[in-house]
Design a protein. Structure first.
Length: 87
């Protein structure tokens, strides 16, 4: 679980928007697509590892993976949610 203090400090490296913990239903849906080999990140690389959690931008456009309690706040690692047809 992410620390609330940390969450208040981080922002989207692309847009500068605030980030919020992604809904569990979104993580479940993305993990199902990841298992099927259907999810690509912003650099068009196949996402192969399931997500523990995610951080979603305020506008809901992109999600940053969280694995092992560590958020990956790298622009190329972002998952563009519209492109995935989830959420």
């Amino acid at each position: 679980m992410l620390d609330e203090k940390l969450l208040r400090l981080v922002q989207c490296p692309i847009s500068g928007q605030t980030l919020q913990i992604s809904p569990a239903a979104l993580i479940v849906a993305l993990n199902e697509k990841i298992a099927q080999g259907l999810v690509r990140d912003a650099s068009d690389q196949l996402v192969e590892s399931a997500l523990d959690q995610g951080l979603t931008t305020a506008d809901g456009a992109r999600l940053y993976p969280v694995r092992g309690g560590i958020p990956t706040l790298i622009a190329d690692a972002a998952i563009e949610l519209e492109r995935q047809e989830v959420g």
